[in-house]
Ligand binder design. Structure first.
Ligand SMILES: [Fe+2]
Ligand SMILES: [Fe+2]
Length: 429
């Protein structure tokens, strides 16, 4: 085996061993695609996930189009799916589970069972000339998706061809990548099913809200941790677990009566107490954490309704009794709210993502606010409700707010929906 190939295999081994520590599927897919592109020096690539009869564009990268387009929602493949069709390259590979390497898509044998679908090339004016398409399948050879690498570049930056060695190396790589995906998907699906259980109780709000809060919290953490120069190791650990933990922030709502969760009007004091109880109810589910994910989930659940100025809830409370935590009660013996940095950074971040999503989205008791008004309220609450540094990080990622909203839309309203159609004033939230 050539020295170069041994070096590349060692590099593959180093990359795939790092997959073991990534539980979050989007983070993992990003890492799989980025590393595959580095290994082959490709300009672009896509990972499709197989969902029933559809291939979903789960993650795409294109250095050329990124330079041309500011808004990622304008990319031709944004939020798109393909039917699993044997006549397309990705469909063929998903069904046949074999690698296809094509160095010139314009000269595919017309008698071949597959052809290159040029629709996206035409929409974006980006020509996919050389494409390597690899199956991502479990150890049991069940297809999870497809990895597609597009347009390898030579050292001179010009388009070149895939080699046989590229195919061998990537085949090896894709096998390990798929194993990591299977593990991550198993874990994510356990979390998502918990969110689904709560959503069955609260069908119009919880699922999409949980997904948006998770995506936004992760983006805010990324920006905040860059600014704070948090170590790479700690950042990776937190970025890995926070999306799943944030999805679970309202899991305690399963204990809130449905009549309260779906009331299309403001809650009275008794209902408000029942609603606020979702924090302690959820935290008790994680009161005895035995994994790092449990630990961060507990922090998120417990702290996401605390306020920077100490006026939030549930405050310093004993999870078992609901009474003030020993040694932390106020002078009058009452529960005291956590404030400032007493609130975990994960709670402070999810609080910002949660309130922004509540303001900018529809609720049973209100319509969505305009984004400009929602942003204005968030800025006004900096230093009051929210940690100013976290608000700064949130404003630093506002360009992705629409992308998140488009990716996880609320379900459509039914004709007889009890939702309000008037916009309340900010004080009515
Ligand atoms: Fe909540
Ligand atoms: Fe929430």
């Amino acid at each position: 085996m050539a020295r170069n190939q041994i070096d590349r295999l060692n590099e593959v081994g180093r990359i795939v061993s790092s997959f073991n520590y990534i539980f979050d599927l989007s983070l993992l897919l990003e890492k799989i695609l980025t590393s595959a592109r580095v290994l082959t020096k490709c300009e672009a690539g896509t990972i499709y996930l197989l969902r029933g009869r559809k291939l979903i564009f789960a993650h795409s990268q294109n250095d050329y189009l990124d330079r041309m387009i500011d808004d990622p929602t304008e990319l031709p493949y944004f939020n798109r799916n393909l039917e699993v069709d044997r006549r397309t390259l990705a469909g063929y590979v998903a069904l046949e589970r074999e690698i296809l390497t094509i160095n010139d898509t314009s000269s595919i044998d017309p008698m071949a069972p597959y052809q290159h679908f040029t629709g996206f090339d035409n929409e974006s004016s980006y020509v996919c000339q050389a494409i390597m398409t690899l199956p991502l399948a479990t150890a049991g050879n069940e297809p999870l998706g497809v990895l597609q690498l597009i347009n390898p570049l030579g050292d001179d930056g010009l388009l070149t061809c895939f080699s046989d060695e590229d195919e061998q190396i990537l085949s090896f790589y894709a096998g390990f990548a798929a194993l990591a995906m299977e593990k991550s998907m198993t874990m994510s699906s356990a979390v998502i099913h918990n969110v689904e259980i709560v959503s069955s109780h609260d069908p119009l709000e919880t699922r999409a809200h949980a997904m948006r809060v998770a995506a936004l919290s992760t983006a805010i953490y990324e920006r905040w941790s860059e600014k704070r120069a948090i170590s790479e190791e700690e950042r990776t650990h937190s970025m890995n677990l926070l999306p799943l933990a944030a999805m679970l922030h309202d899991v305690g709502k399963i204990y809130v009566p449905k009549s309260v969760l779906t009331k299309p009007a403001r809650l009275d004091q008794k209902e408000r107490t029942l609603m606020e109880n979702h924090v302690l109810a959820g935290a008790r589910m994680y009161a005895d954490p035995f994994t790092p994910l449990d630990e961060i989930t507990l922090k998120v659940i417990l702290d996401h309704h605390e306020r920077w100025d100490g006026q939030g809830y549930p405050g310093w409370v004993d999870l078992n009794t609901g009474h003030p935590l020993a040694g932390r009660a106020g002078e009058d013996g009452r529960i005291v709210g956590k404030k400032g940095q007493e609130i975990s950074i994960f709670g402070r971040i999810v609080a910002v993502a949660d309130v922004y999503d509540a303001l900018s989205g529809r609720r049973y008791y209100k319509e969505a606010f305009d984004q400009a008004l929602a942003l204005q309220i968030m800025e006004q609450e900096s230093g009051h409700h929210f940690d100013p540094e976290v608000v700064e990080a949130f404003l630093g990622v506002k360009s992705i707010l629409n992308k998140i909203k488009n990716q996880y839309p609320d379900p459509p309203l039914e004709a007889n929906s009890p939702l309000k159609t008037v916009k309340p004033t900010p004080s009515e939230i």
